[in-house]
Design a protein around this ligand. Structure first.
Ligand code: BGP
Length: 463
C-alpha cells in the first residue's frame, strides 16, 4: 500500500527557543523561570544540565538550517523567547534579539523552509513571574504587547503564528502537580492561570487579525484522548469525560468554539473557585477564535471512575473526579514512561472533524524520546534509530486514514529536529532526527530517521 499525503503537506519538526538557543544572559537575554529555577535548585534537574547548555542554536542556526534541508523539512516550528526579546517582560526591546530572530527566520525562508512561530513555550520572564505570572492580569496585558511587537517585528517573514504551546502544562506543572516553577499545589490558582492563558490567547488573536497581517494564527494543544476502562460502564465513561474536560476541552473549546465546557464551569462554581472574569472578557473569547490548530500527541489517558466518593474537605484537585487506570499489556516507551497508542492520533483527528467544525489542523508534535542512543551508532557513525522510524510511520498511517476520511489535517511535525534540552529530563531522552554530541561542542550528526524523513518528504508519503 502507498500512503500519499495531500499536496503541499507540511513536513518538518518542532522545537522551542528555551530548549535550543542556550546561554542565559547572552546578548541581553533576561532571565525566565527556567533559568531561575535551575539556579535555585539544580538538584531537581536531571544530570544538572541547565537551560544555559542547550543545543546552542543561537550561534549554530545556519548550520542547523542546512541540516533541516538535508532531512527534508519544508516547515519548522520554534518559539521566540519572550525574555530574549523583552528582557524584563515589558518595556524595552532587545535589538540583538530582533536581529537574531530576523536572521534565523530569513535563513529558513532562503532555504525553502517556512518558519512557524510560537509565542509562549513555558518560559515566563522572571520579572513577570515575581508579580504573579499568569495569575496576574498584568501578565495578560504584557503578553498581548509582546505578541503585538512580534507581529510588527517579524510579520513580514512569519505567516504562521501560535499563541501558546500546551497551555495546560503550566497549569498542571506550576499549580497542581509540581513539575514547573512556581511549583504550587492550588486548584484555585490553577483555574485562574488557565483562564488568563485563554484570555491572553484570544487577545493576541484579536490583535493579529485587527493588525491586518496576512497570515494565520492558532494555538498548539497537547490533546490526550481519555479512554474509559469499560465503555459499557456509565461511571467510567462519565469519569473519562470529566478528565477530557479538564485536560483537553479547557483550551480546545475556547480556542475553537469560543466557550468553556459547561461541565467545567459547573465544577468550578461548585468548588467556589471561579476565576476573576472582567466585563467583556467572555465576549472577547467568543469572538476571537483560532484559524489553525496545532495538535501535539504523545499518549492517551486511561480513566476509571473513582472508587471512593469525592471529598471536597481537603483542597480540591482534578483527580477528585476520576482515577487513572493502569491498563494491562499496553505498549510503552519505557524511557519516558508514556504509553504508545498510535490510534489515539486518529481519534483526535476524527474528533476535530466531527465536533470542532473540521478546523484546519496539523500534527505539531509527536515523537519518541529514547535514552542512550549512542548504543545504536553504526560503523559510519550514524545512529540507527529504526524504532523512531517505526513510531512515526505507525502514527502517520493513522493520520493518513483520518485525512482520507475528510479531516482537514495539513501537516506533520515530529518532536524534534535535533536532540535538545528538556525541562526536567535535560538530555536524558533524545528525540531528534539529528544527534547532538554534548561532549564535542554540540556536534550534529543526522540519524537514520532523518535520512528516512527526507525520502518521505520528497515522495510526499511512503510505501
Ligand atoms: C512536549 C513539549 C516539548 C517537549 C516534549 C517532550 O510536552 O511541548 O517541549 O519537551 O513534550 O517531552 P519531554 O521533553 O518532557 O520528554
Amino acid at each position: 500500500k502507498t500512503y500519499t499525503f495531500p499536496e503541499n503537506f507540511w513536513w518538518g519538526s518542532a522545537a522551542s527557543g528555551p530548549q535550543t538557543e542556550g546561554r542565559v544572559s547572552n546578548d541581553g537575554k533576561g532571565e525566565n523561570i527556567w533559568d531561575h529555577w535551575y539556579a535555585l535548585e539544580p538538584e531537581k534537574f536531571f544530570d544538572q544540565v541547565g537551560p544555559e547548555k542547550t543545543s546552542q542554536v543561537y550561534t549554530k542556526y545556519k548550520e542547523d538550517v542546512q541540516l533541516m534541508k538535508e532531512t527534508g523539512h519544508n516547515t519548522f516550528r520554534t518559539s521566540i523567547q519572550w525574555s530574549r526579546l523583552i528582557p524584563e517582560g515589558t518595556g524595552e526591546i532587545n535589538q540583538k534579539a530582533v536581529s537574531f530572530y530576523r536572521d534565523y527566520f530569513t535563513e529558513l525562508l532562503n532555504n525553502g523552509i517556512e518558519p512557524f512561530v510560537n509565542l509562549y513555550h513555558f518560559d515566563m520572564p522572571l520579572s513577570l513571574q515575581e508579580k504573579g505570572g499568569w495569575l496576574s492580569r498584568e501578565t495578560v496585558d504584557a503578553y498581548v504587547s509582546y505578541a503585538a511587537a512580534c507581529f510588527e517585528l517579524f510579520g513580514d517573514l512569519v505567516k504562521k503564528w501560535f499563541t501558546h504551546n500546551e497551555p495546560i502544562v503550566p497549569v498542571e506543572g506550576g499549580y497542581l502537580y509540581q513539575f514547573h516553577y512556581p511549583n504550587h499545589i492550588n486548584m484555585k490558582e490553577a483555574v485562574q492561570v488557565g483562564y488568563h492563558e485563554n484570555l491572553a490567547s484570544a487577545k493576541a488573536i484579536k490583535a493579529y487579525h485587527e493588525g491586518g497581517h496576512d497570515g494565520e494564527i492558532g494555538i498548539i494543544l497537547n490533546l490526550t484522548p481519555s479512554y474509559p476502562r469499560d465503555e459499557t460502564n456509565q461511571d467510567d465513561v462519565k469519569a473519562a469525560q470529566i478528565a477530557d474536560a479538564f485536560f483537553n476541552r479547557s483550551f480546545l473549546d475556547p480556542a475553537v468554539k469560543g466557550e468553556f465546557p459547561q461541565e467545567l464551569i459547573e465544577i468550578v462554581k461548585t468548588l467556589g473557585i471561579m476565576p476573576d472574569i472582567h466585563e467583556g472578557d467572555l465576549e472577547l473569547i467568543r469572538e476571537n477564535t483560532i484559524d489553525l490548530l496545532g495538535i501535539n500527541y504523545y499518549q492517551p489517558r486511561r480513566i476509571k471512575a473513582k472508587e471512593t466518593p469525592i471529598d471536597h474537605e481537603h483542597s480540591p484537585m482534578p483527580d477528585d473526579y476520576f482515577d487513572n487506570y493502569d491498563m494491562p499489556n499496553k505498549k510503552m516507551n519505557p524511557y519516558r514512561g508514556w504509553e504508545i497508542y498510535e490510534k489515539g492520533i486518529y481519534d483526535i483527528l476524527t474528533n476535530t472533524r466531527e465536533n470542532y467544525g473540521n478546523i484546519k489542523c496539523y500534527i505539531s508534535e509527536n515523537g519518541m524520546g529514547v535514552e542512550g542512543e549512542e548504543r545504536f551508532v553504526n560503523s559510519e557513525g550514524m545512529i540507527e534509530d529504526d524504532y523512531r522510524i517505526e513510531f512515526v510511520t505507525d502514527h502517520l498511517k493513522y493520520v493518513h486514514q483520518a485525512i482520507q476520511e475528510g479531516t482537514n489535517c495539513v501537516g506533520y511535525h515530529m518532536w524534534t529536529c535535533m536532540d535538545n534540552w528538556s525541562w526536567t529530563n535535560a538530555y536524558k531522552n533524545r528525540y531528534g532526527f539529528i544527534a547532538v554530541d554534548l561532549a564535542q561542542d554540540g556536534k550534529r550528526t543526522i540519524k537514520k530517521s532523518g535520512r528516512w524523513f527526507k525520502t518521505v518528504s520528497e515522495k510526499n508519503g511512503f510505501d
